[in-house]
Design a protein around this ligand. Structure first.
Ligand code: ADP
Ligand code: ASP
Ligand code: MG
Length: 468
């Protein structure tokens, strides 16, 4: 029988109705002879609210922090009460125990007034720990042989809190030890995504949006037949449908293209998701839990040929551009190394680089370390930095070898000021940086230009037809 990892995001478990739909989707897989392993996110917005509670607490605003925690306690209890008949009491106790300990942490934080990344991870972990328990109980009451499982027993990482790196050999070993036996007994493991632990058992997390990554890690470790990412849109679309309501579903896309899109801001998939799947050549599907009949997007190793140059357009906001200007030193040996050593020292990844005879421009996520990075760089050269930038990234295997593509792209956005351009690194993306305020307008213009006449073998053009 074939094993499939099914991940349901925040909106797919946001309320009792969504959890009912999720249970039905999983039950349909079981009825088809599949062996699902289910990974769930916290209920929608819960992670943001837990972070807000932590923020209040560490500023000494204890009551505001506890008020958020209370709202969350009630939301989870109401959800459990609506969904459960037999296990309501047991789950209410579980919820109370967890929120009581969360409240203790928040009170402690309000007393010591310091929030470390380690405590932040512990606080946000409650979202997935509680949602997964409620969902497992809901599955059990709907006839599924669900077993709640703490993901922190299997997803082992280093100790880089808030964005930990998984230790894959250990995860494989733990999955064989803890998960495989459950599956062999005919049970259906249900676990929280995003949360993990270091080797000492201290809670870590995989970074925002990390539940997708959990699903891929589990899929890779157990050699699943497929990994399904269930979300609130029909699949990977030609751009973010919130920006462009006429965005089309991409039926099939390569691992490489999907990875570029995710890295450059398409929130639909966590950027690291693809790697464990690529390694084992496991197909990933992006599917809509509100429209389960839709076939979604299939991500596979081979990209089919597409008549349009691009498959999708992503946007990454909240970026800063740093200009390092040194008229004499640029070509000296070791200069670039010195620049990158500074970014490395501050654990600050660089998205895009562009050099000229006299300057180097780099783009990074806007972050609190920028003044310190700029101060270090100013030892080498003159430095300027500017925030509120956005990176637009067009992705497609068929950019390779197409003449005149850059002209078409920049013609579509000729009314917008472009700060930095990059093409080449991967041959499948063309990216440029503009002011954040121009981003949506640029996306809409590019989308109108490049998806006017979409290839029906790759894009779901049916969806564009007017409904009669
Ligand atoms: P989940 O909670 O299920 O993980 P996310 O909010 O993380 O869901 O991701 C889904 C959202 O990603 C969609 O609602 C959509 O607005 C956004 N998105 C951004 N770019 C794309 C894209 N190219 N295709 C589909 N969705 C996209
Ligand atoms: N709940 C986490 C977040 O909101 C992880 C996820 O949903 O993927 O970032
Ligand atoms: Mg997500």
């Amino acid at each position: 029988m074939s094993l499939v990892v099914m991940k349901f995001g925040g909106t797919s478990v946001e309320d009792p109705a969504a959890i009912e739909r999720t249970a039905a989707i999983v039950a349909a897989r079981v009825a088809n002879g599949k062996l699902p392993v289910v990974v769930v996110s916290a209920m929608s917005k819960v992670t943001d609210q837990l972070l807000r509670a932590a923020d209040h607490a560490c500023r000494g605003e204890r009551d505001a922090a506890l008020a958020i925690s209370n709202q969350l306690r009630e939301r989870h209890k109401k959800t459990a009460a609506t969904l459960l008949k037999k296990s309501t009491q047991e789950i209410h106790e579980f919820i109370d125990e967890h929120f009581n300990s969360l409240d203790e942490i928040l009170r402690g934080l309000a007393a010591i007034l310091e929030l470390t990344p380690r405590i932040s991870d512990l606080i946000v972990s409650y979202g997935e720990r509680i949602s997964s328990r409620i969902i497992a109980a809901a599955f059990q009451e709907r006839g599924l042989n669900a077993a709640h499982f703490d993901a922190r027993q299997v997803i082992i990482t280093d100790s880089q809190f808030q964005k930990a790196t998984p230790l894959f050999p250990l995860i494989e070993k733990r999955a064989e030890e803890h998960l495989r036996p459950l599956i062999k007994l005919g049970q259906l493991p249900v676990m929280g995504g995003f949360i993990s632990a270091n080797e000492a058992g201290i809670t870590t997390t995989l970074g925002r949006g990390g539940s997708d990554f959990t699903a891929a890690l589990i899929g890779g470790a157990l050699n699943a037949e497929g990994i399904e990412i269930w979300t609130d849109v029909n699949g990977i679309m030609t751009t973010d449908p919130r920006i462009c309501p006429d965005a089309l579903r991409v039926k099939v896309i390569s691992f490489e293209e999907a990875a570029e899109l995710a890295y450059f801001g398409a929130k639909v998939l966590h950027p690291a998701t693809i790697l464990p799947a690529v390694k084992k050549n496991i197909p990933v599907y992006v599917l809509n839990s509100r429209n389960a009949a839709n076939e979604g997007t299939r991500i596979t190793s081979l990209a089919p040929h597409c008549k349009s140059p691009f498959k999708s357009i992503a946007v990454k906001k909240k970026l800063s551009i740093i200009d390092v200007v040194a008229s004499r030193m640029l070509m000296t040996h070791g200069y670039m190394k010195d620049i990158f050593t500074i970014f490395d020292k501050h654990h600050c990844p660089v998205d895009m680089v562009s050099t000229s005879e006299v300057s180097v421009s780099l783009t990074v996520d806007s972050n609190d370390n920028l003044p310190a990075i700029a101060a270090d760089l100013s030892e080498l050269a003159d430095v300027k930095y500017e925030g509120r930038k956005a990176l637009i990234c067009l992705v497609g295997e068929d950019i390779r070898g197409q003449n005149g593509m850059a002209a078409q792209v920049f013609n579509a956005i000729r009314h917008i000021n472009v700060r930095m351009i990059s093409q080449g690194a991967s041959e499948i993306n063309m990216s440029f940086m503009i002011d954040e305020d121009d981003a949506e307008e640029a996306i809409r213009s590019l989308h109108a230009t490049f998806f006017k006449d979409p290839d029906p073998t790759i894009f779901d053009v049916e969806a564009r037809k007017p409904i009669h």
